[in-house]
Design a protein around this ligand. Structure first.
Ligand code: PRP
Ligand code: URA
Length: 209
């Protein structure tokens, strides 16, 4: 079973509370998603492998550390995942970025995939799949299916708010995928929204409602 980790740093909790408020305007919402993603990035990348490298300082030659192993790809699930990309890129500027477009059918709550554009060598990369919301889990599961179909083997899913139902479903469908969230919320309501949640992440991020 993949691990499920809530990253509950005080700065993340504080920013998440502002993000949840219905009065938080689009501009602030966007900035907060960006900042929280960056703060989560420290923890999500904590156990990336290192290797020795010999370097010259102005004073001497020394053996130090550099990131080893697979190169990174950040893959947002559109639309709302886009808001988390820049925060993570500020930590790993050389990462490639892929996109998976998906929306939830409002009646059935089933995800519908409409775009997949990934780096060619996605099968060689450590992937951070990002979406602020893990609700029923349908979108995340389909996105991981899509990545695996294209050869991906190393996937971490990073979200801001998770519902217990979504965590359980994603873990059952993809036990090899570690899940990181800024909060594990209480439940889903009858419309598939996370409670207490933050509403529709895509609409709040882009100001479309
Ligand atoms: C939201 C969210 C996730 C999905 C989560 O996207 O960003 O992708 O719902 O729900 P699930 O776990 O039940 O699948 P939405 O479908 O609203 O699309 P949008 O980001 O384009 O607004
Ligand atoms: N998608 C969202 O944007 N918010 C929710 O609460 C559930 C799914």
């Amino acid at each position: 079973m993949g691990k499920f980790q809530v990253i509950s740093h005080p700065l993340i909790q504080h920013k998440l509370s502002i993000l949840r408020r219905s009065t938080t305007p689009t501009k602030d919402f966007r900035e907060l998603v960006d900042e929280i993603a960056m703060l989560m990035g420290y923890e999500v990348s904590r156990d990336l492998p290192l290797e020795d490298v010999e370097i010259e300082t102005p004073v001497t030659t020394t053996v130090q550390k550099q990131l080893a192993g697979k190169k990174l790809a950040i893959v947002p699930i559109l639309r709302a995942g886009i808001g988390m990309v820049d925060g993570l890129l500020s930590l790993v500027p050389a990462a490639k970025v892929g996109h998976i477009g998906m929306y939830r059918d409002e009646e059935t709550l089933e995800p519908v995939e409409y775009l997949v554009k990934l780096p060619e060598d996605i099968d060689q990369r450590q992937i951070f799949l990002v979406d602020p919301m893990l609700a029923t889990g349908g979108s995340a599961i389909l996105a991981v299916d899509s990545l695996k179909k294209r050869g991906a083997t190393n996937i971490r899913f990073v979200c801001l708010v998770a519902a217990p139902e979504g965590v359980e479903k994603l873990q059952a469908a993809h036990p090899d995928v570690d899940i990181y969230a800024a909060s594990l919320d209480e439940k889903l309501n009858e419309h598939g929204y996370i409670v207490p949640g933050l509403g529709d992440a895509g609409d709040r991020l882009f100001g479309t409602k």
